[in-house]
Design a protein around this ligand. Structure first.
Ligand SMILES: [Zn+2]
Length: 114
């Protein structure tokens, strides 16, 4: 992978990061603990609300992990290692990076590590 390609993926990763950060900000509200407001209509709706919070927290956790992978990928772009498998140093295929630009393993190593 040449520098221009790395730069191109860098732009995509930065756009992805901005998108995730925006979603995170928007969902921060949904992650707030449910206030046990007695005026709320009954127990079932409280359970519903709590499940909603759990789902929002789970989605948030996945976004945090994705953000961490993006930060890692951007660091690899800086160091010039981006696009190369972090285990065997082979090229990671463009098709694979198209699925997820934060992949740090080639298909061979990814399959072995499962
Ligand atoms: Zn590999």
């Amino acid at each position: 992978m040449n520098k221009d390609d790395q730069k191109e993926y860098g732009h995509r990763l930065i756009a992805l990061r901005a998108e995730l950060e925006e979603l995170e900000t928007m969902s921060a509200e949904a992650c707030k603990p449910v206030a046990l407001d007695q005026s709320m209509v009954g127990r079932l709706s409280r359970i519903d609300a709590m499940q909603g919070v759990q789902m929002a927290q789970e989605a948030s956790r996945r976004r945090q992990q994705q953000l961490a992978r993006i930060v890692g990928a951007l660091a690899r772009i800086d160091s010039g290692d981006y696009g190369y498998c972090s285990l065997c140093d082979e090229d990671i295929s463009v098709g694979r990076l198209g699925i997820d630009p934060t992949y740090s393993l080639c298909i061979g190593c990814a399959e072995k590590s499962v």
